[in-house]
Design a protein around this ligand. Structure first.
Ligand SMILES: [Zn+2]
Length: 260
């Protein structure tokens, strides 16, 4: 097995005490590469450093909607400058998106998302999207800027929303959500999509699996997400594992031999 965790926040302080141990144990268990997106100016340098230090970690720069409250447009020009300075060290822009649960007005979130999508378009980089109860709004902006490569990470939503993203070339990140029995709509959506549309992720340290609420999630749980996905699909585990790895490499232009 050779799995890629397509979305995990390994730079977060939650991993400060045992980051190396977690990564070593992942490697022993066939989890060999990690995509680490950033959340805003506060962690851009930390994430870049992680990508610099470790061959098995690739990183992205972006501004997450949940970290917007104290930011203004200046952060968008800072983002552009940082992206320009580190273009060879990043594989995507993100994470960025919309979230209906938070206090930040949706208009402000949309403003930041729109600008980041335009930057991604200009730099020809894929996007890592966060969308909580905003799939239709996110899809509309993607169409507007004509984005055709990226992922809606930790996808939850309907089959129609999933299909609309994939029609645009945007893949769906499959994470711990599908381990919950109440997630019937999302599970049905994931089950109905072509395998080519899916990526595997944990969103560590967030998105604990069913039965692990309140605990830190970590990339060692990736095989459990794969197992939950396999239960929804008719293809064999090895076919699913291989195809999802190829999907991740294609989305982010990763060298297929990079995770050696
Ligand atoms: Zn995330």
């Amino acid at each position: 097995m050779m799995l890629i965790d397509s979305h995990c926040h390994l730079d977060f302080p939650a991993f400060d005490a045992d980051r190396e141990e977690v990564l070593a144990s992942c490697r022993l268990n066939g989890i060999e590469q990690f995509i680490v997106p950033s959340v805003g100016p506060e962690n851009w340098q930390r994430v870049l450093k992680l990508g610099e230090d470790r061959r098995d970690i690739v990183v992205a720069l972006g501004i997450h909607p949940c970290f917007l409250s104290n930011l203004d447009e200046v952060s968008l020009s800072d983002l552009e400058q940082t992206v320009n300075a580190h273009q060879d060290n990043i594989i995507a822009l993100g994470e960025m998106g919309l979230d209906r649960r938070i206090d930040v007005p949706l208009e402000k979130q949309q403003f930041f998302l729109m600008h980041q999508l335009k930057l991604a378009k200009e730099k020809q980089l894929p996007v890592i999207l966060h969308s909580v109860r905003t799939n239709d709004e996110v899809a509309a902006l993607l169409k507007n800027v004509d984005i055709d490569r990226g992922v809606v990470h930790g996808f939850t939503g309907s089959g129609q929303q999933a299909a609309r993203f994939w029609e645009m070339g945007i893949r769906l990140g499959v994470g711990g959500a599908i381990t919950y029995s109440r997630a019937q709509k999302t599970k049905a959506a994931i089950a109905a999509m072509p395998l080519e549309a899916l990526l595997l992720e944990t969103d560590s340290p967030d998105m604990p699996l069913a039965g692990h609420q309140g605990q830190r999630n970590d990339p060692q749980n990736l095989p459990l997400v794969l197992e939950a996905l396999c239960a929804l699909r008719s293809e064999s585990t090895s076919v699913i594992e291989r195809q999802l790895r190829l999907n991740t490499c294609e989305t982010f232009n990763l060298d297929r031999g990079q995770a050696r």
